[in-house]
Design a protein around this ligand. Structure first.
Ligand code: GLY
Length: 396
């Protein structure tokens, strides 16, 4: 077991966090209690998206979001030592065996899926099967690496995501994949096999070169010629336009580069996280919760995305932890502001009727999915609260 049970407070709360400690800690306690009280209702199902009464619609066992509830349960287990959380998280293991047995269920999201489930279980319990499952998933993710372009292909030409055509999926990278690299870095640490790390570094370098624009905004996706690896063009899938900046994509990149910097010590990745975070702060202006896309024509009336705020906050605390004290204080100030926005306008932790933690997420505005609870918003909200309180043990 490599992760020890902690308490709601980490051993040391950074000095710059003290003014927010009570509010953040109370929100974390409410989040854990919400997980506890909803456990009999949710059972071993896994939330996909909120319903209008703040119940959940649940996902298929192959969905990219399948691990976010498990991730929250593992965090709650770490915070409380209560075996109820551990058992509820562990009861989901068979889902992850199922993903490995089903070829069409496997895409770049193996990282999200296995880091927050099997890697978490291995780190929390030392049990061997979850470690083996996570290594198998890492091998499958590695198989998506295209050395000619130095990238991991995101999606499948097969209908894993609702009938995608080969010319849409092949050769495409997306911002979200930066979150999946943690599984490769973990597998490198476990096995010493350099190919895991080379693929993760290669993908991060390619993402920085092609998805991050010169003005520090980002494309959601970028397309390469699948046979030569030649760079073609940036496009969107979930954003407002090819040329726009989708706020959750920018958030995935901030958290992803901060994470890569933490694991590799590569300052180029840290600088990328800095640039992307500074741009997001500029684009948000006085907003407390990010608009779903920074380039929508009428941002004042457009849906917000609480998940983008939560992901960004978690990533910015991680960035702050890698900076000197003076710079860290600036970044923590921005992350605290994001958390304040979530607590002021999206917090459902005190609403007994709600099964999730945060309102006002935007899953896919173009398809009509906005103003809703999202399991990833909830997971990163807990991670952000914990990082703000000085916790350093996570599953990636
Ligand atoms: N990874 C898919 C999304 O962010 O919606």
């Amino acid at each position: 077991m490599k992760i020890e049970t902690s308490s709601y407070f980490a051993a040391s709360v950074p000095a710059a966090a003290t003014s927010h400690v009570d509010r953040h800690q109370a929100a974390l306690v409410r989040s854990v209690e919400k997980l506890r009280t909803t456990m009999p209702i949710i059972g071993i199902r896994n939330p996909k998206i909120g319903l209008s009464d703040n119940g959940w619609a649940y996902c298929s066992p192959y969905d990219w979001v399948v691990s976010f509830h498990a991730g929250q349960l593992w965090l709650a287990s770490q915070l409380t030592g209560d075996p109820t959380f551990l058992n509820a998280a562990r009861a989901r293991r068979s889902i992850f065996r199922g993903i490995l047995a089903h070829r069409r269920a496997q895409d770049h999201d193996l990282g999200f899926q296995f880091s927050l489930s099997c890697v978490a279980e291995w780190l929390m319990t030392g049990e061997k099967e979850p470690r083996a499952l996570a290594l198998e998933a890492a091998n499958l993710l590695l198989g998506r690496y295209r050395p000619e372009g130095r990238y991991l292909q995101a999606w499948n030409a097969q209908p894993a995501h609702g009938g995608m055509r080969a010319d849409f999926a092949n050769g495409r990278i997306i911002a979200d994949t930066m979150q999946n690299l943690a599984l490769l870095y973990w597998a490198y640490g476990e096995t010493g096999r350099a190919d895991f790390r080379e693929a993760a570094d290669g993908h991060a370098d390619t993402t920085l070169k092609h998805l991050v624009r010169d003005d520090d905004t980002s494309f959601h996706t970028f397309l390469f010629d699948p046979s030569t690896g030649d760079a073609l063009r940036g496009e969107t899938h979930q954003g407002h336009a090819d040329s726009s900046c989708w706020s959750r994509g920018q958030a995935w990149l901030i958290h992803g580069f901060a994470q890569c910097a933490r694991v590799t010590g590569n300052r180029t990745y840290l600088d990328a996280a800095r640039r992307l975070a500074a741009k997001a702060e500029q684009l948000m202006g006085s907003d407390l919760v990010p608009v779903w896309d920074y380039d929508v024509p009428d941002p004042k009336y457009a849906p917000r995305d609480s998940s983008a705020g939560a992901i960004m906050a978690a990533g910015i605390y991680m960035l702050a932890d890698q900076c000197d004290a003076e710079e860290a204080q600036v970044w923590r100030g921005f992350a605290d502001r994001l958390i304040a926005g979530l607590l002021d306008t999206c917090d459902l932790t005190g609403d007994p009727a709600a099964l999730g933690l945060l309102a006002h997420g935007a899953a896919h505005v173009g398809s009509g999915y906005s103003d809703t609870m999202l399991p990833y918003g909830d997971y990163y909200f807990m991670e952000a609260l914990m990082r703000s309180l000085g916790h350093t043990q996570f599953f990636w």
